[in-house]
Ligand binder design. Sequence first.
Ligand SMILES: Nc1ncnc2c1ncn2[C@@H]1O[C@H](COP(=O)(O)OP(=O)(O)O)[C@@H](O)[C@H]1O
Ligand SMILES: [Mg+2]
Length: 275
Amino acid sequence: MNQQNIPLLSVRSITKRFPVRTGLLGKRIWKTAVNEVSFSIEQGSTLAVVGESGSGKSTLALMALDLLAPTAGDILYQNRPFSDRSREERRRLRRDMQVVFQDPYASLNGRMNVREALTEGMIIHRLADSPAEREERALQLLRQVSMPPESLDRYPHEFSGGQRQRIAIARALSVNPSFVVLDEPTSALDVSVQSQVLNLLRRLQKENNLTYLFISHNLEVVSYLADNVAVMENGSIVEMGSVDDIFDRPQKEYTKKLLQAIPAIDLLRGHNEEA
Ligand SMILES: Nc1ncnc2c1ncn2[C@@H]1O[C@H](COP(=O)(O)OP(=O)(O)O)[C@@H](O)[C@H]1O
Ligand SMILES: [Mg+2]
């Protein structure tokens, strides 16, 4: 992995509280979804955040993308806090930071064909001036994700789940991002398709020098891509280290429990070939 020891993203003691309801006497009741979380992700590397459903992973992801404001704490992108940047600068960062969700329909509009899905961001961010240039770039993106050129005229529902996720990934890459948040990108896919998509993500990371924040409830999936792993429980990071630290020398009971959920003979780790 291309590690240059420069943090692309640093999260410093961020907290997010949501008002959940109003209690007796009009007192607000709050839920702490993310609790004083800190980490850095080096350029070109992958930090995985693993934890059970409801542990605060997606809330953390939205804050890292500057789509949700923390209640407290700072997030630095390229060494500068979001809060120090002008609206125009923050708008430009929308291009540099992309996200792939579990459900491809969260990023793909069912009424847009693949050509439209892949060129929309290029038009918004003025990355390709002529239709011919956009078409060429869209075809190149399809090649990158191993999808046939005929896909351009098709609609999301005409593809399998794995193909749809490839298209969602191509759309994320269409604006040349540096940082990509992968929020449970393979959780809805069959196991065999999962490993193909994970291999694709790994190849794309190398080809494009991408930095990933990879979110999953599944430690096995994480081992495939991560350089470092943060284990999250109830909004807090309870353990963080290299992928080898976490797998070979887990310190916390919670981490051991997540490890025990992995079927021993079925470890994805170590399988390198893209199917
Ligand atoms: N907009 C919101 N309003 C109120 N509570 C929320 C909101 N978003 C998330 N939560 C709560 O915060 C906690 C963490 O949620 P989430 O970040 O989605 O966890 P994960 O992605 O790990 O499953 C959960 O208890 C969830 O119900
Ligand atoms: Mg989530």
